[in-house]
Design a binder for this molecule. Structure first.
Ligand code: CAA
Length: 696
């Protein structure tokens, strides 16, 4: 026994209580303690059943993430699960809080399971690039059939107790304290003379069209292999005896352990937990925020207001006229109705949000009580400065004044107020009530507690908040500009936008860059190109074909034509032949003889541009850690999570190889492909971006 497992007798029932705060993770001590607890119960005269319960807030949250990457120690989890299941005693698990991954696998090795109404269960291993490795893929399908088991395992989602009951994962929902309820339930099982019921002895599930399901899951995962591999493991549960199925599960699990995808997913898992906890803010309390002001009720402002309402904050939205205020209110109501439809809120919550928590107004004075105001007006420095001057006049002392600018200089905006230490950038991504990323842009004079407030707000809104310094485009849009330019250059030199989009989707991006431009609206980048034209370095290669599309009134999805042609009510578009004509004409004018690109070369160039700019942003101190850059790209720009982010990708590809690519490309265009000094330095020292993460 270890002190992580408490043993006690209640009549003929032995209770094993797991006490490993905060979430009863399955550390070596817990595994050893559970095995010893089973031994003791079996040797304890008169004991007829074992009840396993968790202390504190959860049954078991799964494997101990602090043991990841260390050599595995005995007893191994699969052996523990088999040990529990093989007991001659009746074993009951009483679940509360979460039972995830190995936690659910322990529960599945019990004969019976009950759970509290708020309990959640799940097998999230695919999010770590793995499959359940302690019998989950063999036991779950024996309980609920192959189709539902595949749904649970390949999504990694949490199931509430009612759904778990409907699938047979638990036998009953009970209201009482987990131990009391478990004792009552186990007692009645014994009274009824109930038999042992090992899941492994149930028949395997009926077969499915495994290849079709495999292909479907692979496609849905955009190249992520672990969910598809899970399908094969479930197939084994149908086709092989239990013991052989377990061996097949182990083989697949071990193969996945060796993959870059697993390394990428584990990196993302830890980075996601680290990104918003900044050591320098550890002891800095955030300011109290209950009421938010939003200036501007366009798509972005309405999205921010919606996010705040959904998080239970009060919102005052400022617009210029009665009509625009009403339009903003309607936009927010539409967003909130969407949240109701998706089951995120109840009808009652919706009506309370819209009638009691939201005010759309046209008077600046309406913002006088707001604890934090976010400006989301037109992207123009003069307009923003004017708005901040007005905010300075009406907002209460201590209110945080935030700008949602995506490119402009936050220092200059702050200088329009008498309180620059209260000013910060909070850069949301559209649609702001859906997208997870929030860049917290810290200006020169921003006070620490204002930065802490930005992060606290991000957490409250359910966002992944990342710190950025001030530069044009901050972390995300600055990288985007660079890799987008690399894509444009490839188009000028011979690739088609459609080939580039398809190659990058194959890499795992949610969308290719040209489809993204169509979605965002081509007019936005066009306006920026025009604004920058006067100050542009003559060595900067900028394609004109997109300008030509815009000049003809084609702005992408919203006008039905861009790089792609869109039909009403049809998802996605078809390649626009006009684009090819415009590109060919431009190549002709520039005297470029087009050459062909392989998909692999497209991916290498795009990634080299992204990594190089990421290294520049790090070298300049705009991003604090490589993992910050990784999280921005994953949560804001559709970067495939299973690759861990661009800086992790670079580490896994090899920094010397990435630098060699950049130097090779520089022979064609030394201006664009100037290698980041930090990248050169790391290569010279034989270090990686992960080393920098560890140093931070
Ligand atoms: N191991 C160790 N510590 C864990 C943990 C785990 N699996 N899960 C959470 N914790 C710790 C957190 O680090 C945090 O610690 P601090 O308070 O010291 O920072 C604390 O528990 C609370 O976590 P959260 O702040 O995240 O609390 P929450 O209530 O928002 O969420 C949770 C709780 C749902 C358990 C969430 O933490 C979570 O999803 N954890 C990861 C679960 C998971 O993926 N487990 C591994 C499954 S894979 C597996 O079991 C098999 C395998 O790999 C082979």
């Amino acid at each position: 026994m270890t002190d992580k497992i408490h043993y006690r007798r209640d009549g003929d029932i032995a209770v094993l209580r797991i006490a490993n705060p905060p979430v009863n993770a399955l550390s070596q001590e817990v595994r050893a303690g559970l095995a010893a607890g089973m031994d003791r119960a079996e040797a304890d005269t008169g004991v007829r059943a074992v009840l396993i319960v968790g202390d504190g807030r959860a049954f078991i949250a799964g494997a101990d993430i602090r043991e990841f990457g260390k050599p595995p120690q005995e007893p191994h989890l699969p052996d523990l699960c088999n040990r529990i299941e093989a007991s001659p005693l009746i074993v009951v698990a009483s679940l509360h809080g979460v039972s995830l991954g190995g936690g659910l696998e322990v529960a599945l090795s019990a004969n019976y399971r009950i759970a509290q109404p708020a309990a959640r269960v799940g097998l999230p291993e695919v999010h770590l690039g793995l499959i359940p490795g302690a019998g989950g893929t063999q036991r779950l399908p024996r309980i609920c059939g192959a189709k539902d088991a595949i749904g649970v395992i390949t999504s990694g989602r949490h199931l509430g107790a009612p759904e778990a009951l409907a699938l047979g994962i638990i036998d009953e929902i009970t209201e009482n304290d987990p131990e009391e309820a478990g004792l009552l339930w186990t007692g009645s099982l014994l009274a009824e003379g109930a038999a042992r019921r090992p899941v492994s002895e149930l028949p395997g599930p009926a077969p499915l069209d495994w290849d079709a399901v495999y292909d479907e899951v692979l496609k849905k995962g955009r190249g992520q292999i672990s969910p598809a591999a899970a399908v094969r493991a479930v197939q084994a549960s149908s086709e092989l005896p239990f013991i052989e199925g377990l061996a097949e599960e182990r083989r697949i699990f071990n193969d996945l352990m060796q993959t870059d995808q697993r390394k990428g997913m584990i990196h993302a898992f830890f980075a996601e937990r680290q990104v918003s906890s900044l050591p320098e803010l550890k002891d800095v309390p955030a300011r109290q925020v209950e009421e938010i002001g939003v200036v501007g009720g366009g798509t972005m402002g309405a999205g921010i207001a919606t996010a705040a309402l959904l998080a239970g904050l009060r919102v005052t939205l400022l617009e210029t006229t009665q009509e625009t205020a009403e339009a903003a209110g309607a936009r927010i109501a539409g967003n909130v109705a969407g949240a109701l439809k998706r089951g995120k809120i109840t009808a009652e919550q919706k009506s309370r949000m819209l009638s009691e928590a939201l005010l759309c107004d046209t008077r600046d004075a309406a913002l006088s009580d707001a604890d934090l105001v976010i400006e989301a007006v037109f992207e123009d420095m003069d307009i923003k400065r004017e708005v901040f001057g007005r905010l300075d006049a009406v907002c209460k002392p201590g209110a945080v004044l935030a700008t949602n600018t995506s490119y402009l200089d936050v220092n200059e905006i702050a200088a329009a107020t008498s309180r620059p230490s209260d000013v910060i950038g909070l850069h949301f991504f559209s649609p702001a009530h859906v997208m997870k990323l929030l860049e917290v842009v810290v200006a020169d004079k921003t006070a620490d507690d204002v930065t802490a407030t930005g992060f606290a707000l991000g957490k409250r809104l359910g966002k992944t908040a990342v710190r950025s310094g001030v530069c044009e485009g901050f972390i995300g849009n600055r990288l985007l500009n660079t890799y987008r330019s690399a894509a444009d250059h490839m188009v000028l030199d011979g690739a088609s936008p459609f080939q580039i989009d398809s190659a990058l989707q194959d890499f795992g991006f949610a969308m290719g860059p040209f489809a993204v431009s169509d979605l965002a609206g081509l007019d936005i980048a066009w306006a920026m190109r025009k604004r920058r034209a006067a100050s542009r370095d003559p060595r900067d290669r900028v394609g004109r074909y997109a300008d030509k599309l815009c000049e003809a009134g084609h702005f992408g999805q919203k006008t039905g034509e861009g790089f792609y042609l869109y039909e009403k009510d049809r998802r996605g578009g078809t390649a626009n032949p006009r684009v090819i004509d415009l590109i060919e004409a431009e190549r002709h004018d520039r005297g470029i003889t087009p050459r062909s690109f392989t998909d692999a070369e497209i991916q290498r160039r795009y990634m080299a541009a992204m990594v190089n700019e990421g290294a520049k942003v790090l070298g300049e101190g705009i991003a604090g850690r490589p993992l910050d850059v990784d999280m921005v790209l994953i949560f804001g720009y559709g970067f495939p999570r299973y690759r861990g982010g661009p800086m992790k990708w670079a580490d896994m590809t090899g920094l010397p190889e990435v630098l060699a690519d950049i130097d090779r490309f520089a022979a064609e265009d030394a201006y664009f492909w100037s290698a980041a000094p930090l990248l050169r330095e790391l290569v010279a020292q034989g270090r990686t971006f992960d080393d920098l993460n560890r140093d931070a």
